[in-house]
Ligand binder design. Structure first.
Ligand SMILES: *Cc1c(COP(=O)(O)O)cnc(C)c1O
Length: 334
């Protein structure tokens, strides 16, 4: 879990000593989300994972509280299939299709892992389709699939709402601009807020999603006032921050680390851009094969065991490398 900047922590701390009317606070969150994302409405939930659940539940039941109270029993729901590209069936802690099944919906995987053609998406959409889920992540297959714009067009041709999981994305406007019906952001990743999920989307779906959070299955995943206040503070900070300066600072930290690592014989260090287009540069660290006796996995473990503890991005270990990420570091950390 990441650190929270002082100015956000202070807002959260202040909220703890007060009574809060949650619907009014969520209405304030909605105004902030609308301003930041360009959506019609918004609400804050516990995480992106819960945002996916309440958005899908909303797409199944609309604002019908009777249907909402039935979930996960879907016997009276007319549409319960959720489209997802096979190359988007990722695991970000849990398998994303479980998120779909959790609310009573049925995942329908489209295409093959590495190839999807428009006809396959058209074919997968039926009168039972309630929503389509798109995942933006380096974990997804990055080539051979159809693009998001085409995905949205084909889904909208058949009046299927598109829900975009943009948990780890910088740009709060781009997906609403492209026509997504609901977009989900983590409050606790780049935004630096406390654990929270930001749900932005069209009024009808947000209204229904919030109903699920207050009175339906989303109640088990609701956000407390500290999360909502923290998410609002994080959204405001993200809009006011000088992003060019932030990127420059992060890049300076990265350069500092790179210069240090380059002095170590046997390490290969390389800069590389974010795979989903966020303005962040990372270091790829691998081991020069001509130097024996070093093993990348052992190195990652040793860094983790050390003091200060250093946690690397380790999902490429089997390819012989790890990454170093400069985001959310404090000055002095490098
Ligand atoms: C991190 C991440 C999630 C999970 O976000 P939480 O807010 O922690 O639930 C979901 N999807 C993607 C693509 C992520 O990167």
């Amino acid at each position: 879990a990441s650190m929270v900047p002082d100015e956000i922590a202070q807002c959260v701390a202040e909220s703890l000593g007060r009574f809060v009317e949650m619907d009014a606070l969520q209405a304030e969150a909605s105004r902030n989300i609308v301003q930041a994302t360009g959506s019609e409405a918004g609400c804050v939930t516990a995480s992106v994972a819960s945002g996916i659940c309440i958005s899908l539940a909303a797409a199944m039941t609309g604002a019908d509280l009777g249907l909402a109270e039935d979930l996960p029993d879907i016997s009276k729901v007319s549409k319960n299939e959720v489209i997802i590209l096979k190359g988007h069936v990722v695991n970000y802690g849990l398998v994303i299709t479980q998120q779909i099944r959790l609310v009573g919906a049925t995942p329908v995987e489209v295409g093959t892992v590495t190839v999807v053609e428009p006809y396959q998406l058209r074919h997968a959409i039926t009168e039972k389709t309630c929503a389509a889920l798109w995942v933006v992540s380096h974990h997804t297959v990055q080539s051979g699939l159809i693009g998001l714009q085409t995905f949205i067009e084909l889904c909208h041709e058949k009046s299927v709402p598109v829900i975009v999981d943009a948990a780890s994305e910088y740009d709060l406007k781009i997906f609403i601009n492209m026509g997504a019906d609901v977009v989900l952001y983590s409050g606790h990743k780049f935004l630096g807020g406390p654990t929270s999920g930001i749900v932005a989307g069209n009024s009808a779906l947000i209204k229904a999603a919030y109903m699920h959070q207050s009175n339906g299955i989303g109640r088990a995943m609701k956000a407390g006032k500290e999360s909502v206040v923290g998410a609002i503070a994080a959204i405001q900070r993200w809009q006011n921050i000088d992003h060019r300066k932030l990127h420059e600072e992060e890049y300076q930290r990265l350069t500092h680390i790179r210069k240090g690592l380059e002095k170590i014989r046997g390490l290969c260090v390389e800069e590389h851009a974010d795979p989903t287009g966020n303005p962040i540069t990372r270091l790829k660290v691998s081991i020069d094969p001509s130097v024996s006796g070093l093993n990348i996995e052992e190195l990652a473990k040793a860094l983790h065991r050390g003091y200060p503890q250093i946690v690397v991005r380790d999902h490429f270990l089997e390819l012989g490398l790890f990454e170093i990420d400069p985001c959310n570091m404090k000055s002095g950390d490098p």
